[in-house]
Write a protein that binds this ligand. Structure first.
Ligand SMILES: C[S@@+](CC[C@H](N)C(=O)[O-])C[C@H]1O[C@@H](n2cnc3c(N)ncnc32)[C@H](O)[C@@H]1O
Length: 313
């Protein structure tokens, strides 16, 4: 199962939510295991469609994780090179071992351990500098928020500058801000263990919300620069998130659903010159105990689009 942001407290995502009100309380039957699998199958099916529609050339999976949702063998067959990029060395090792076990005659996988945003090292340094200053927790946190807002992402690009016929970003867009934010939070918590200001300070919360949304927007812009003429982008994310509680052994309930992106439509990140080839959405019940919660219900949205840079202003 792919790992999604380890953000446990509901409060923190609320800080990141759009200004929409949460939807009313709902009830659902507890899904069987088979229902849970449909998310991975649906994603794999749409990635396969995108691969089929794409021209031959290179493909990349950005934030590939353990490729639970990605039919990488199929990508390996179709493309001359498949760049798999993730910050997490353990996930990349799992995928590498799997590829070795398959021992397919064509081996076009190239693994890259990298921070897609280029922000983590940059901001860690600034956060550590600030930690040595005599600041009250709230002032320190606000200064961290300012450095997040003012930092410029240095998004990952392949070292040879090649462009991709297919770019897959499956449930990674909203994880980018989480990886940077979690690093900043851990530096803060080292300096001020317990750090309640993380949850209570409205200025910090507003800054991380803006940081997250601007980073996502800039990342979508960056994808244009990675795409070969006519290339296709597969973009999916968990736009809605609800924390689920089991009422009894058959029923789940939630307080409402929160938006993890700028608006309730992932398509709102696209530019006027992006040609949408296909859009889809589904519910994904993910059982994973978090405190009192049974797990989460994600509202997943997917878009396949062509940046069509010839139309860009
Ligand atoms: C939800 S998972 C994606 C799962 C993947 N689609 C799969 O099929 O297993 C998000 C991935 O994004 C990666 N990630 C998050 N922030 C990142 C960053 N700044 N740079 C590179 N990878 C990042 C995480 O390590 C994680 O593997």
């Amino acid at each position: 199962m792919p790992r999604l942001s380890s953000t446990v407290p509901v409060d923190l995502l609320v800080a990141n939510r759009s200004r929409e009100k949460p939807s009313p309380r709902f009830h659902w039957p507890i899904p069987t295991k088979a229902v849970g699998d449909t998310h991975n199958l649906s994603t794999a099916r749409l990635v396969a469609e995108a691969a089929q529609a794409a021209e031959p050339g290179r493909a990349t999976v950005l934030g590939c994780g353990t490729c639970t949702e990605i039919p990488i063998r199929l990508l390996n067959q179709k493309f001359t090179r498949v760049d798999l990029v993730d910050i997490d060395a353990r996930s990349l090792d799992i995928v590498k071992s799997q590829c070795l076990r398959w021992a397919d005659p064509q081996d076009s996988y190239v693994f890259h351990r990298a921070d897609l945003t280029g922000l983590i090292a940059q901001i860690r340094l600034r956060a550590q500098e600030l930690a040595s200053e005599e600041l009250e927790p709230v002032h320190y946190l606000r200064a961290l928020g300012e450095s997040l807002e003012s930092a410029s992402p240095q998004f990952w690009t392949p070292s040879d500058g090649a462009k991709y016929s297919l770019i897959v970003c499956a449930t990674v867009l909203t994880q980018l801000q989480a990886s940077v934010r979690e690093m900043v939070e851990s530096v803060f918590l080292n300096r001020f263990p317990g750090g309640s200001a993380l949850f209570s300070d409205a200025v910090w919360r507003q800054r991380i919300w803006s940081f997250a949304r601007n980073l996502e927007d800039a990342f979508i812009g960056h994808l244009d620069s990675l795409t070969a003429p006519g290339g296709i982008v597969f973009l999916s994310d968990t736009v809605h998130v609800s924390w689920l509680t089991a009422v009894d052994d058959r029923t789940l309930t939630s307080e409402g659903s929160w938006i993890a992106t700028r608006t309730s439509s992932i398509a709102d990140y696209l530019r006027p010159w992006h040609e949408v080839l296909k859009a889809d959405q589904w519910d994904w019940f993910r059982e994973a105990k978090e405190g009192p919660y049974w797990g989460r219900l994600y509202g997943v949205q997917v878009i396949l689009y062509r940046p069509s840079r010839e139309w860009a202003p």
